[in-house]
Design a binder for this molecule. Sequence first.
Ligand code: ARG
Ligand code: ASP
Length: 672
Amino acid sequence: MKKLLFLVALILVGASQVRADEGMWLPSEILKKIKDIQSQGFKLSAEDIYSVNQSSLKDAVVHFGGGCTGELISGEGLLITNHHCGFGQIQSHSSVEHDYLKDGFWAMSKAEELPNPGLTVSFLEYMTDVTDEVLKGYKPNMTEEKRIELVAKNSKKIEEKVLKGKKNLKANVKPIYYGNQYFLFVYKVFTDVRLVGAPPSSIGKFGGDTDNWMWPRHTGDFSLFRVYAGEDNEPAPYSENNVPYRPKRHFKVNAKGIQEGDFTMVYGFPGTTREYLFSDAVKYTAYTSNPHKIALRTLRLNIQKEEMGKDQAVRIKYASKQASVANAWKKWQGEAKGIIRLKAVENKQAFEAKFDQWAQGKPEYEGLVARFKELYGSIEELSLVQDYQTEALNAVELISFAGRGQRGAEKFYKDYYMPIDKASFIALYNAYNKNIADKYKSPYFKEQLQNFGSVEAWADALFTAEPNLAMAAEIYEKTNAYFKENIAPTLAEVNKEITLLYRAYMRGQMEYNEATNGGKIFYPDANSTLRVTYGKVKGYSPSDAVYYTPVSSLTGIIEKDNPEIYDYNIPQRLRDLYAAKDFGKWEVAGSVPVAFIATNHTSGGNSGSPVLDAEGNLIGVNFDRVWEGTMSDVVYDPVVCRNIALDIRYALFIIDKLAGANHLLQEMEILK
Ligand code: ARG
Ligand code: ASP
C-alpha cells in the first residue's frame, strides 16, 4: 500500500506539467497539486483550500440534498445552489394558486422562509486515509467475498468509533482507485434548511430541456436557502425557535467580473465518473446501453409532453419528473456521440494491447486484458436485460410505487396523472416485449401478455378508474423476483470478479504509465465526495468553422425571448428592465453577464458548486456541461470539455432588480 501511495504521489507530481484541467482532486491531498494550481494563477495556499485546524474554503461548501452542491454566502447561513437542485422543494411548495415554479418565490423576511422536511445539507468536517485500518487482517490469498466482508466490518468499526458520543455527525468510509485505498469522510448534517428565494422557472430554467447540456446558455439556474441551527449553532430538527446558522466560513462574492483566461476553481461533490474503464465497457455504453435507454425515455417524454401541454395542473405535477427523465436522456446522447467522436473505444483498445504486452511475465497483470474481454462478453446480454428492468418494467410509476409498498403515498398521488402512466406502461411494456430475447423475458410477463392478448388490454385492467394496486404490486414483485433470481446472480458474480480485476488494472495502469512515461494523470473517480477541480475561463470550437466565446449575457436572453415558446418565454418584468436598460450596478457594456464556461472537470453532483476566482471568492455557480463534452465522465477531452456556470452577477441582478430583495444582497459581502 505504501508503495502505491508513493507511486500516486510521484505520478501526481510528474504528470502535472503534462495537461492541466483534467482531474478531480481530493481536498486533503491537495498539497500534491498545489504547485500546479498556483502556476495556473491561484493565489492561496493548500491550507486555504482544506484544513482541519483552521477554517478553510471547504467549510463554505455543502453537499445539498442527496445529489447537489451548495455554498454559504453570508454569515447568517444563506446558501446558494441551482434552481434545478432546489426544484423539488420549490415544486412541493407550489400549487395552481401559489405557483412558485411559474412566478418565483422571495421571502421578504426570515419569517417568510419555508421549511423543507427531508432536505439536509452536510458540511465535511474532515477526511482521512484509513486504508491500513480498513485492510487490517487482510491476507493476500483471501477470496474476494472474504475481503468484502472484512472491509465492511472494519469500515463499520471506524465509523462507529467516530460517531460514538457525537450527535449530528455522519461518517462514511469509501474506496478510491477501486479499493486500492480507503478514505473516511465525516460530515455535520443540518436538517432545518429553508427556502429563501427562487426566480420564476422562465428564468431559473430558461431554455428548459431545449438548451440543457448546451452552450450558449442563458439559464438563471439558482435558488437560495438558509441553514438553521439550534441556539448553540449546532444542527437541530426544524423548530420555530431555531436561528440562522453561523458558518465557520462563507464565500465573499466577486462581482468585479471575469475575463477569458481567468483562473477558476470548482469545489463540490461530483457523483460518479468511470475514467479507467476497460474498452468493452465503454463500447457497451456508447453503442448499446445508451441507445436503448434513450429510446425508452423518448417514449415516456413524448407522452409526458403531450399531456403537460394540455393542462397547467399536469404541467406542475410532472415538471420535476420530466426534467429528470429528460436530463439523463439528453446527456446519454451527447455522451455516446462524444465517445464515438473521440474514438475512445479504439484508443482504449490500442492502450490495452500495449498494456497486455507489458504485462507478460508479471503475474499480477498478465492475462488481465483477456479476462476482461471474456467477462464483459459474458454479461453483455444480461446487462441489457438489466437496463430494461429499470428503464422499462420498473419505470411505470404505479408499478414501482406499489412495489415499494406504497411508501410516500401522499406525495405520489399529489404528482400523479394516470393517463401519462397508462400510456407509458403501454409503450414501455411493448418495447420490452419486442427488444428482450425470449429466453431472458420474465415468464410472468409472457403469461400475462398471453392472458390479456395485448399490452393495451393489460393496461385497461391495470389502470381502471381506481388504479389496480394489487395488480401493480404483483407485476413489480413477479418481474423483479424473476430478475433477482435468474439474471442478477450471474451479473453480480461476474461483476465481483470485474471489480477485483479493476483493482489490479488500476495499479497496473499506474505502473505501466510510470514505466513507459505515458504522461497520463491519475485521480480517483468521482464518488460523491468533495473534490477540487481547476481550470480557466475559456471558449471552444464545437465544430468546423464555429467558435464559442465564453460569456453569455442578457442580450442573448432577449434574442431568444419568444412568448410562443414555453422554454423561451421570459417574465414581462425582465423585458421591461432590459428595454429601460435598468441594470443597476450589474451592467456590463449595455447588458448583464449571465453565464460562462471554463475548463473545470466536473460531473453530475457538481451542480450548485461554487466557482471561485484566484483569491477564493465566488464568481459563479456551476450548473452544467457543454454538449460536446458530456462524455467527460468516461473520457475527458481538454479541447471541448467545459463546465457551465451561472455568472454570479446575473443572480445579483435578479435578486436586486427583479425580486427587489435587497435585504439579501446586504447580507452578502460583495466585492465590486
Ligand atoms: N444538465 C444539468 C444537470 O445535469 C441540468 C439539469 C436540470 N435541467 C433540466 N432542464 N432538466 O443536472
Ligand atoms: N447538471 C449537473 C448536476 O446536476 C452537472 C453536470 O452534470 O455537469 O450536477
